[in-house]
Every structure is written in C-alpha cells, then in structure tokens.
Design a protein around this ligand. Structure first.
Ligand SMILES: NC(=O)c1ccc[n+]([C@@H]2O[C@H](COP(=O)([O-])OP(=O)(O)OC[C@H]3O[C@@H](n4cnc5c(N)ncnc54)[C@H](O)[C@@H]3O)[C@@H](O)[C@H]2O)c1
Length: 300
C-alpha cells in the first residue's frame, strides 16, 4: 500500500463514519460512499463534532482536525471509489445487499484492490465467492464506537491469500487497532459470545425477571461490565443484534441461539435503539433519557 493509502468506505452509518474517521486520522485519503445522501452529510457532521471534542481536550491540533476532514471525500456513487487500494464495506447487515455490493466493487476496482467487509455475521467465504478475486477478500470487523474501541477482528475467508491477510494486519496497526484473527464462522469471536448474552438479557426482560434498569445494573455492578447488555444492544442497533442472532441460530441449528420474541417485536416496531431514538431506552439529542416503557405482552 502507498504512503498515503486511498481507502474506500461503503456505508456511512454509525460504523462507516467511524471507520472513515480513524482512516483519515491515520493519514489515509478516504472516499466515504452511501446511497442515502442524508447519511453522508450526517457522517461529516458527526466526525467534525468528534474531532472538535478531541481539539477541546487537547488531544488534536485544530489545524490537524481540518486536515482530517479534508481527507474525507463524501459521495453517493460507488464509481467514485475506482481509485481505491483498499475498500471496507460497512453497509447494512443484509446478505443479498452485501453480495451485490461486492459484485459491483469487483467489477469496478483494479484486481489487486482488497475488498474487506465489516460484517458482524455474514460469511466472508460467501462474499469472496461472489467476486473474481476471492483471494483479495477478507473480513475487517471493527467494534462500536470505532474511534474508541481498540479491537478489530480479522476474518480470513477460506479463499483469503496470505498477502491479503498481512496487508490487512498492517492497515489495522496503522489505524491504531489491535487485531485478533478468527476463522470464518458465524459471529466470529466477539459476537459468538456477545449476542447470546444480549439475547439472554432480552429473555430475562421478557420473563419479567427484572426491569430494564435492573438487568443493566446487574451486569454493570455484578459483572463489572462498563455498560449493561440492553444499553449495549441499543448502541449496536436491535436490527443488527437480531440479524446476528438469526444467523447463529440458522447456521449452528441450535435452539440456544433462538432470538427472544421481545427482541423481534422491538425490531418490528422500529425501536432499533439509539439510531431511532428508541430501543430499550428513549434518547433525546443522543442522550439516554429513560427506559422506553413496559415491554409488549409476553409472546414467547
Ligand atoms: N452497529 C454495530 O455495533 C456494529 C459493530 C460491528 C460491525 N457492524 C456491522 O457494520 C455494518 C454497518 O452497521 P451500522 O451499525 O453502521 O449500520 P447503519 O444502519 O448505521 O448504517 C448502514 C448504512 O448503510 C447504508 N447503505 C444501505 N445500502 C447501501 C448501499 N447499497 N450502498 C452503500 N450504502 C448503503 C445505509 O444508508 C446506512 O447509512 C453491518 O454489516 C454491521 O453488522 C455493526
């Protein structure tokens, strides 16, 4: 990769905007693409606010903050990524959508460009198989919020070549991340542990074991977790949590991964967490205000 790598990020939601920010802070040129114009504009506002916070705390020079922003080129057209050396796809967690994005990227980009996905649960082997460069496809799974969380999981598809893996390790280090390497199995390492935990918290709420606050406080004070599982689910997005739970259940074929019906109901209601200002809690101006109310009747 060049001294100043040109990185493409597909999807400017909560993950894509964080990935764009850390890449620009690491000196990369970034093309940030989303089909939804409002999301791209929103991403630039969020990134500017985050950089301002760093300036206020004395962690970043204001002149550097401007340079970081200048390195991010927003776009609504995938075609604008044609000069990229490395692309990270971070669009919504949907297999058909990701397969079609990978096919488009494959047709568009030079054959040595690495195509990475930030997917939480979709098979990288399947995404690689949708392209004519399966050896240049890999998983690069960031944690939320991207600028704060140190870890990335590097997921090797069955077809991933060693040099693709090595370049991805180097890029992760350049972005200031520590990586772990995982096999391409549903949920990888982090979500294989986390999603059953969040799902169990949903069952606990559904069973009336405690209130939303009780369950979160039990995890914070009893397990020493910085955040309760329901707060964390709101941060991740309940749609994303449900999608991953469904993948675990389907792929492993084990009932222990069955998503709680309460989780399904919240997603059906459009209560997706922070991004819709309502999940297990209600949010106003990005701040958690109160629990969102009684859960729907038990439909277990
Ligand atoms: N939320 C998390 O905590 C988390 C953590 C790690 C990984 N992930 C993964 O990151 C990915 C994105 O998750 P998110 O939480 O940022 O979702 P999000 O809903 O916040 O953002 C997804 C974005 O994708 C855009 N999009 C949809 N179709 C597109 C297309 N064809 N081309 C370009 N953009 C398109 C949407 O407009 C939206 O802005 C998912 O694969 C998810 O599993 C999420």
């Amino acid at each position: 990769m060049n001294e100043t790598p040109v990185i493409g990020v597909v999807g400017a939601g909560q993950m894509g905007r964080g990935i764009a920010q850390v890449a620009a802070q690491a000196g990369c040129q970034v093309h940030l693409m989303d089909t939804n114009d409002a999301q791209v504009r929103g991403a630039l506002v969020t990134i500017a606010k985050d950089l301002n916070r760093l300036v206020t705390k004395g962690k970043l020079e204001s002149s550097e903050s401007e340079k970081v922003l200048e390195r991010i080129r927003p776009t609504g057209a995938l075609g604008d990524l044609s000069g990229c050396e490395y692309v990270v796809e971070a669009a919504v967690e949907n297999t058909d959508l990701k397969v079609s994005i990978f096919r488009e990227l494959d047709a568009l980009l030079p054959s040595n460009c690495i195509l990475a996905s930030n997917t939480s649960s979709i098979s990288l082997t399947k995404l690689a198989g949708a392209t004519k460069r399966p050896e240049r496809v890999i998983g690069l799974h960031f944690m939320n919020p991207v600028p704060l969380m140190k870890l990335v999981e590097i997921v090797r598809a069955l077809q991933t070549a060693d040099d693709t893996y090595e370049e991805t390790c180097r890029l992760s280090e350049r972005l200031g991340k520590t990586y772990v390497t995982t096999r391409d199995m549903p949920g990888f390492i982090v979500n294989r542990m986390l999603i059953p935990f969040i799902n169990e918290a949903c069952f606990a709420l559904q069973d009336g074991l405690g209130t939303v606050q009780d369950i979160d406080e039990a995890a914070r004070l009893g397990l020493n977790h910085p955040m309760g599982p329901l707060q964390l689910a709101d941060l991740i997005g309940l749609d994303t949590c449900l999608f991953i739970a469904e993948v675990l259940q389907r792929e492993f074929g084990e009932d222990k991964y069955r998503p709680a019906s309460l989780l399904r109901n919240y997603v059906a209601a459009g209560w997706l967490g922070r991004k819709t200002n309502r999940g297990f809690y209600v949010y106003s101006a990005g701040k958690q205000e109160r629990p969102s109310g009684r859960p729907p009747p038990d439909t277990k």
